[in-house]
Design a protein around this ligand. Structure first.
Ligand code: 5GP
Length: 214
């Protein structure tokens, strides 16, 4: 009986400093590899131009965020550069139970909470080739004011010091190559999870999407 059971679901966390290119790596990852879906976070940060509610983020006020955290609706959350960010728990749990690969793209404090709460998750730290390159990328993005960039760079130094606490570190010198290395980690983790269940895990490949798609 081949593929009688769905492939093993997996929670994958991409973490690393702001500006390192987690979003670009994530986009390449979902294009080139597996049936991975993105989780849509909640945040109190105001939308940047072009960002849509429910797509890049669910944009909420502090009161709503606090209510969600209080009710245990967030798998993890953290305050980053003056704004709150968190991962809604239920859509992630449901998608993993359905055998999907769910990718969280989050900062380091939240990633460490996931590591504690979900031991089966695969946590990947995305590093910049150098600190100077991180600074260049953050400035080139042009989405933040200079004082915000300065705060993010200061925070990045502290985040980089935590890189050894994750399952793997992948340097983002080229987003597609970086995504391929993350894909290889996912394939291995899925094969291990499948072997533990005693099933025959194939290279299931469906179009990507987001766990908020319903
Ligand atoms: P940005 O404001 O640039 O969209 O995100 C700032 C930082 O927050 C980035 O490092 C991003 O990965 C992280 N982030 C986005 N969503 C979440 C989340 O749900 N939880 C946590 N802990 N961090 C998040």
């Amino acid at each position: 009986m081949t593929h009688a059971t769905p492939a093993a679901g997996l929670l994958v966390v991409l973490t690393g400093p702001s500006g390192v290119g987690k979003g670009t790596v994530d986009a390449h990852l979902r294009r080139r590899c597996t049936d991975a879906v993105a989780s849509v976070s909640v945040t109190t940060r105001p939308p940047r131009s072009g960002e849509r509610d429910g797509v890049e983020y669910h944009f909420v006020d502090r009161q709503r965020f606090a209510a969600m955290a209080e009710a245990g609706e967030l798998l993890e959350w953290a305050e980053y550069a003056g704004n709150l960010y968190g991962t809604p728990r239920d859509p992630v749990r449901r998608a993993v139970a359905d055998g999907r690969v769910v990718v969280l793209e989050i900062e380091v404090q939240g990633a460490l909470q996931v590591k504690a709460a979900e031991p089966a998750a695969v946590l990947v730290f995305i590093s910049p080739p150098s600190f100077a390159e991180l600074e260049r990328r953050l400035r080139a993005r042009g989405t933040e004011a200079p004082d915000v960039i300065a705060r993010r760079l200061q925070w990045a130094r502290e985040e980089l010091a935590e890189r050894h606490r994750f399952d793997a570190e992948v340097v983002n010198d080229d987003a597609d190559a970086c995504a391929e290395r993350v894909c290889a980690l996912i394939r291995r983790a899925r094969a291990r999870a499948g072997a533990r269940r005693g099933d025959d895990v194939g290279g299931a490949s469906e179009p990507g999407g987001s766990v908020a798609d319903g």
